[in-house]
Ligand binder design. Structure first.
Ligand SMILES: Cc1cc2nc3c(=O)[nH]c(=O)nc-3n(C[C@H](O)[C@H](O)[C@H](O)COP(=O)(O)OP(=O)(O)OC[C@H]3O[C@@H](n4cnc5c(N)ncnc54)[C@H](O)[C@@H]3O)c2cc1C
Length: 325
């Protein structure tokens, strides 16, 4: 029997048999044995140390806005690192932000503090930690552009050694929707951003314009549960000199007419799958495979997924051994 007193004393909420549909924007997924809800760096560090000590296998999630969790749930525990209020310190033009802070809260804080560099992230759901892992971005801007350093808990799944390590941005290769954190088990505790001084009014105006543009194309996940764009945009070919929207290829291939069980393609954006009545995570998996096949058949292009699957699905590649894939 686990003694959870230490965590409860630190105000870490511990949920037994947590339904992961409550912790993802797709509102899908089965249960996990234990979920630890951490908001602050201190809570996160203590919880990770506790899991190491007690030999508890876990995965870490932020807001779950880039995930599709299996209907079967997962058999390891989950540490959720999301804060209901921004945890930010200003040092000159730098902001030091907990990985649990919501990206949108950070954008608003930067505007109020007349600091420029984060406006491109306006309206992107999720936490700062999740955004840095996936180098989130929009409108040609990506979060990696303004990261100065990242404080991480390094862990080696073979031999759990606990170490807090600061990594400079130049040692983190960021690329389109990718950072090295996608391949390592490192946990992002906090991030230092380097911003430029600016004026509040133009920043606020740009922020509002970006939100209006997003509202035209993107669904509100509270009404249409989803994980944003399902596939990455297509890398430049010798013919097309720049990255091309996956949504365009999907639309041309007829994806907007598709559905699988309760999973549907959003009518204003062919690269977004959303959950309608009765949808299972397996429906999303099946629909995404059909969408990718249509594009392969019509354009001979292999779409690459941006959204991560968590756990087991019928038809998943045999080589997958990890929980995230
Ligand atoms: C409506 C909608 C619109 C979207 N629009 C965009 C967009 O314009 N641009 C864009 O880039 N994305 C977009 N997304 C996708 C999503 O919001 C981003 O990928 C977001 O950055 C994910 O953050 P998260 O906290 O939800 O991460 P999660 O989905 O919880 O996790 C994603 C991955 O990051 C890892 N992770 C999370 N936190 C940490 C941490 N602290 N340390 C280590 N690993 C961690 C998880 O282990 C997982 O592998 C959209 C999603 C939705 C629902």
């Amino acid at each position: 029997m686990l003694d959870l007193t230490v965590l409860k004393n630190l105000d870490v909420a511990v949920v037994h048999e947590a339904s992961l549909s409550d912790f993802t924007t797709f509102r899908l997924g089965g249960k996990c044995p234990l979920l630890f809800a951490c908001q602050t760096p201190g809570q996160l560090i203590s919880t990770v140390q506790f899991c190491f000590r007690e030999n508890i296998q876990f995965i870490l999630i932020g807001s779950g806005s880039n995930l599709v969790v299996s209907d079967l749930g997962i058999d390891c525990s989950v540490i959720r690192y999301e804060s209901d209020k921004p945890l930010i310190e200003r040092e000159g033009n730098d902001l030091v932000v907990s990985g649990s802070t919501l990206l949108d809260d950070l954008v608003k804080y930067a505007i109020d503090n007349e600091l420029e560099g984060l406006n491109g992230m306006s309206g992107i759901p999720g936490t700062v930690g999740g955004a840095v892992v996936g180098n989130a971005g929009a409108f040609g801007k990506q979060i990696g552009d303004v990261v100065k350093s990242v404080r991480t808990i390094c862990r080696d799944s073979a031999k759990p050694v606990f170490a807090i390590v600061d990594i400079l941005a130049r040692d983190i290769p960021f690329s389109y929707r990718h950072s090295m954190f996608k391949e390592t088990d490192a946990i992002i505790v906090s991030v230092r951003f380097s911003l430029r001084p600016s004026d509040k009014l133009p920043l606020k105006k740009e922020h509002d314009e970006i939100l209006a543009l997003r509202r035209e194309k993107h669904p509100d996940w509270r009404i249409y549960p989803c994980a944003g764009s399902f596939f990455r945009n297509v890398e430049p070919t010798s013919k097309a000199g720049r990255r091309e929207a996956a949504g365009w290829f999907l639309e041309q291939a007829g994806a907007k007419k598709l559905r699988s069980g309760g999973a549907r393609v959003f009518d204003r954006h062919a690269n977004i799958i959303y959950k309608s009545q009765g949808c299972r995570a397996q429906d999303v998996f099946d629909l995404s495979r059909t969408m990718a096949r249509l594009v392969k058949d019509k354009f001979n292009i292999d779409l690459i997924r941006e959204v991560r699957f968590v756990g087991k699905f019928d038809g998943m590649p045999k080589k997958i051994k990890s929980v995230f894939w």
